[in-house]
Write a protein that binds this ligand. Structure first.
Ligand code: ATP
Length: 233
């Protein structure tokens, strides 16, 4: 579904990613973990066309998409849930969803709003409210709902549980598991490593711009000690 090969990304003189290669197979939940500044968001931005990498390639469903813009990737079924739940604070909940569905026909857009409001009933209740009034957990649900508007094949989620109360973290990960059961493939960035590994099929560990380890479910226990030093548990 996704193959990243030799990806290097820079911000001016800062090299944020060095020669990173990873892949996500269809139907998998793959988790990317690592401490602050490891380059996780940079990787998400490079894959979704928000940042042009200095070197390397991104392939999606067998095609080289390295130079494609985000809207074209969205049309092809690759959606991002950005970090810090970026939503339009001045637009209503419903308007946020309409804008997110800009690449689909207006009839489909209406249908999908109904679908996502079934998944997240609170968004239906607050549909006419400016999104800036939502709580952190509700805003995160809206950020995920926006990504779902295009019925993506592959979703990249950047720290979906950041700043959420434990009960809401659980809700978000239940949703991740449910999306996978519905056939959606996901690459999830998380600092909440243990929670993420509960639902992940495989995981990569990123540190100062390099991939330092890779693990499948059977190896996750081996990572416990590393978590203490890398991500403070
Ligand atoms: P966090 O968990 O804090 O979000 P991260 O793993 O997502 O961290 P990135 O945000 O990708 O890490 O940052 C990787 C490196 O690139 C860091 O050293 C960061 O300071 C730097 N960086 C990120 N964005 C920019 C930018 N716009 N301009 C300059 N440097 C940047």
């Amino acid at each position: 579904m996704l193959a990243v090969e030799g990806l290097t990304a820079r911000y001016g003189a800062i090299t944020a990613l060095r020669d990173v290669s990873l892949h996500v197979d269809e139907g998998e939940i793959v988790c990317l973990i690592g401490p602050n500044g490891a380059g996780k968001t940079t990787l998400m931005s490079s894959v979704t066309g928000l940042l042009r990498p200095a070197a390397g390639t991104v392939s999606y469903r067998g095609e080289d998409v390295t130079r494609l813009p985000p809207d074209e990737l969205l049309r092809r079924g690759l959606a991002l849930v950005p970090e810090r739940r970026r939503i339009f604070a001045d637009l209503t909940v419903e308007e946020n969803l309409l804008v997110a569905g800009i690449t689909v026909s207006s009839g489909d857009r209406r249908r999908r709003i109904t679908e996502v409001m079934e998944i997240f009933p609170v968004l239906g209740e607050k549909r006419a409210l400016p999104a800036g009034y939502l709580s952190g957990g509700q805003a995160q649900q809206l950020a995920v709902a926006r990504a779902l508007m295009t019925r993506p094949r592959l979703i990249l989620m950047d720290e979906p549980s950041l700043g959420l109360a434990p009960a809401l973290v659980k809700v978000i990960f239940q949703l991740v598991a449910r999306l996978r059961d519905d056939g959606t493939t996901m690459l999830v960035v998380e600092q909440n490593a243990r929670k993420a590994l509960d639902v992940a099929d495989r995981a990569y560990m990123l540190r100062t711009g390099r991939l330092v380890d890779e693990a499948s479910q059977e190896d996750f226990a081996r990572w416990s000690d590393l978590f203490e030093s890398y991500v403070g548990g």
